[in-house]
Design a protein around this ligand. Structure first.
Ligand SMILES: Cc1cc2nc3c(=O)[nH]c(=O)nc-3n(C[C@H](O)[C@H](O)[C@H](O)COP(=O)(O)OP(=O)(O)OC[C@H]3O[C@@H](n4cnc5c(N)ncnc54)[C@H](O)[C@@H]3O)c2cc1C
Length: 336
């Protein structure tokens, strides 16, 4: 696994059992693979090429890389993993399940790709990220990642002082309003039928946040296609340049059901995540999970750090298994 490779081609899939497969090649998966490859582990990253922040022009809030286009970060990450012998395969995992362990009891997993190819690995790092589900408001989705934003730390500075509207989706939107109020004095809260108690209304009033109770019909654009505001069901338009939404964050679990990783629903219908414990370990022996697939709040830095930690733990588990196997072989009686 040491041949040099250009950053954008898909590497071949090994036919032999590899030490680790990483499902998902975003910040979490690539950093996990980097740790494994640098520990001289044979590692294959399988990535379907749809990272969560793909719509964004630049990544913010992570020191040194702040302002870098997301695609450039991933391209550099892939190059670094390949530099140490890791393979990056373009493809979608559609099946993953434990298979027969080695004679010494070391786990094995069979990973199936959409194109029919398969791979056998000793350990699995799931780093498939999450899917953001937007509220069902006509015209909203086309501005996602630009004028429709979810994260004050990712895009907040870029939309400072703009007329911003919070499209409420549930209790978390109130907290969202406090965070966006820090960035602009011109904030409208579209309640969209969500509950607002007297204390919250008093707090909104104290911070100069206008509450609109009339339901939202659609997002409207100006002639150039830029977001211009929100049309209400009474036909009036509230002018806005930016809309903030708390999305429902659903872990990307498709194709991984065979691993039997527990998935839990998040409070207040905020989405779902793979359940994990320390350093991304799971209750399924041999399987770790990192990044947004298990922590929907992780930004790029936190996702990368979680991937690195899980990669290191996988390497440690493999080192123990290798030593157990060596000891068992050393203690075998010599064949007559
Ligand atoms: C619009 C937007 C802007 C953002 N801006 C910022 C920002 O400025 N700063 C910041 O720190 N964070 C930002 N984020 C958050 C950032 O996207 C996440 O923190 C980061 O993507 C999490 O990395 P990850 O590796 O867990 O998941 P991802 O980056 O989503 O990577 C997961 C990868 O797994 C692949 N995959 C999924 N399922 C399969 C499968 N079955 N088989 C093969 N591959 C699979 C996907 O194709 C994808 O490439 C933003 C998010 C959004 C939505």
């Amino acid at each position: 696994m040491t041949e040099p490779a250009s950053p954008d081609r898909s590497d071949g899939l090994p036919t032999k059992t590899v030490d680790a497969v990483v499902i998902g090649g975003g910040a979490a998966g690539l950093n996990g693979a980097l740790m494994l490859a640098r520990s001289r582990r044979s590692v294959v990253v399988i990535d379907s090429g749809t990272p969560r922040n793909a719509p964004a022009d630049a990544m913010h809030g992570f020191i040194v890389l702040d302002g870098t286009p997301p695609g450039e970060i991933l391209e550099r990450g892939r190059r670094q993993v390949r530099h140490y012998g890791g393979r990056i395969v373009t493809g979608e995992v559609v099946s993953a399940a434990p298979s027969t362990p080695s004679a010494q009891g070391d786990p094995r997993f069979t990973i199936g790709l959409a194109d029919g190819r398969t791979l056998t690995a000793r350990r699995v790092l799931v780093a498939t990220g999450l899917r953001d589900e937007l509220p069902d408001v006509p015209g909203l989705a086309r501005h996602w990642g630009h004028s429709v934003v979810h994260c004050p730390y990712c895009h907040g500075w870029e939309v400072r002082d703009e007329p911003v509207g919070v499209l409420a989706t549930g209790p978390a939107s109130v907290h969202h309003a406090w965070l966006f109020r820090q960035l602009t004095d011109d904030l409208v809260y579209f309640a969209r039928g969500t509950e607002l108690d007297a204390d919250t209304r008093a707090r909104f009033a104290a911070r100069g946040i206008r509450v609109v109770e009339t339901p939202v019909r659609e997002v409207v654009d100006d002639r150039s296609g830029a977001l211009a505001g929100v049309r209400l069901t009474d036909g009036s338009v509230v002018e806005r340049r930016v809309l903030a939404v708390v999305t429902r964050a659903r872990a990307r679990t498709e194709g991984l059901e065979g691993l039997r990783l527990p998935v839990e629903e998040l409070p207040d219908a905020m989405g779902s995540r793979f359940v994990s414990a320390l350093a991304g370990s799971t209750e399924v022996p041999g399987v770790w999970v990192a990044g947004n697939a298990t922590d929907p709040t992780a930004q790029v830095g936190a996702a990368a750090a979680a991937g690195a930690l899980a990669g290191a733990r996988i390497n440690a588990a493999l080192a123990t298994a290798d030593t157990d196997a060596a000891l068992a072989a050393a203690q075998e009686p010599p064949t007559p």
